[in-house]
Design a protein around this ligand. Structure first.
Ligand SMILES: Nc1ncnc2c1ncn2[C@@H]1O[C@H](COP(=O)(O)OP(=O)(O)OP(=O)(O)O)[C@@H](O)[C@H]1O
Length: 236
């Protein structure tokens, strides 16, 4: 198992993701990736040469039976200020709008809620838990369903809200995050969303696993291809 703190730190430094005095919010879904990210950013904060503030925010989508107690205890143990924002997003998406493809609207409304809280708390950077395997499944999603060669960015500035989104785990493997969560007994909340594990992104992740089974080198080659700008020759 690789050290996820090391890979995260390397990514933050190489991509110059953090500037002195940044006030960073981790978008904490309660899932394994954002729980691991909060844990590791809080460790990194203690020795980072660049000083930054750290908080966590969960957008409570309004699903029944979503218990955030374990996330509260977790943030408390890390001494990270934690804010839960209650919303009616689930009701709007599933009951009022009865969306056939709810994920896009849901993600959009969640982003709006996150930027409102960040604004209230004067936070300027949003850290998300996406990892290298999310980047690969997003690439396939975009190629197969949107006809474009596009994936997640290390960092992007959203001028409308003046928020910079960063993804410090983008060079980290999902398997390493899973190993880290298990060996450190970090709690993971069960997603209350009815779409959980029934998304196109999940289909892409299963498709990729089948490809990796046939060709064990293919995951590494795909990641190399994504970084290989010099040899990107597409119908030129
Ligand atoms: N309800 C939420 N509140 C705050 N941030 C969220 C929420 N849901 C997702 N995020 C952020 O967006 C990222 C990507 O969302 P996605 O739905 O793919 O994550 P997830 O699979 O639910 O959970 P995780 O990535 O934490 O394992 C998460 O890693 C997290 O940083």
């Amino acid at each position: 198992m690789n050290n996820i703190l090391g890979s995260m730190r390397k990514t933050i430094q190489e991509q110059e993701m953090i500037q002195p005095g940044d006030r960073i919010a981790v978008g904490l879904s309660g899932g394994k990736d954002s729980m691991a990210l909060l844990h590791e950013l809080s460790r990194f904060q203690k020795f980072s040469p660049i000083p930054f503030e750290l908080e966590a925010i969960t957008i409570d989508m309004g699903f029944n039976n979503f218990d955030l107690d374990a996330a509260k205890v977790f943030c408390n143990q890390l001494a990270v200020p934690y804010r839960i924002e209650k919303t009616d997003i689930a009701k709007i998406v599933f009951e009022i709008r009865e969306e056939k493809n709810p994920c896009a609207l849901c993600a959009n409304m969640r982003r709006g809620a996150l930027s409102k809280v960040m604004n209230d708390r004067n936070l300027n950077v949003l850290a998300l838990g996406h990892h290298a395997d999310d980047a690969l499944s997003t690439l396939f999603l975009n190629m197969l369903y949107a006809g474009k060669l596009n994936s997640l960015e290390y960092s992007s500035y959203l001028s409308r809200t003046a928020i910079t989104v960063i993804r410090p785990f983008l060079d980290t493997a999902e398997a390493d995050i899973i190993g880290f969560i298990k060996s450190n007994c970090i709690p993971v909340l069960k997603s209350p969303c009815p779409m959980d594990r029934h998304t196109k992104r999940e289909d892409m992740s299963q498709l990729l696993k089948t490809i990796y089974k046939d060709n064990p080198h293919s995951r590494k080659n795909l990641l190399t291809a994504m970084r290989n700008e010099n040899q990107c020759n597409l119908f030129k």
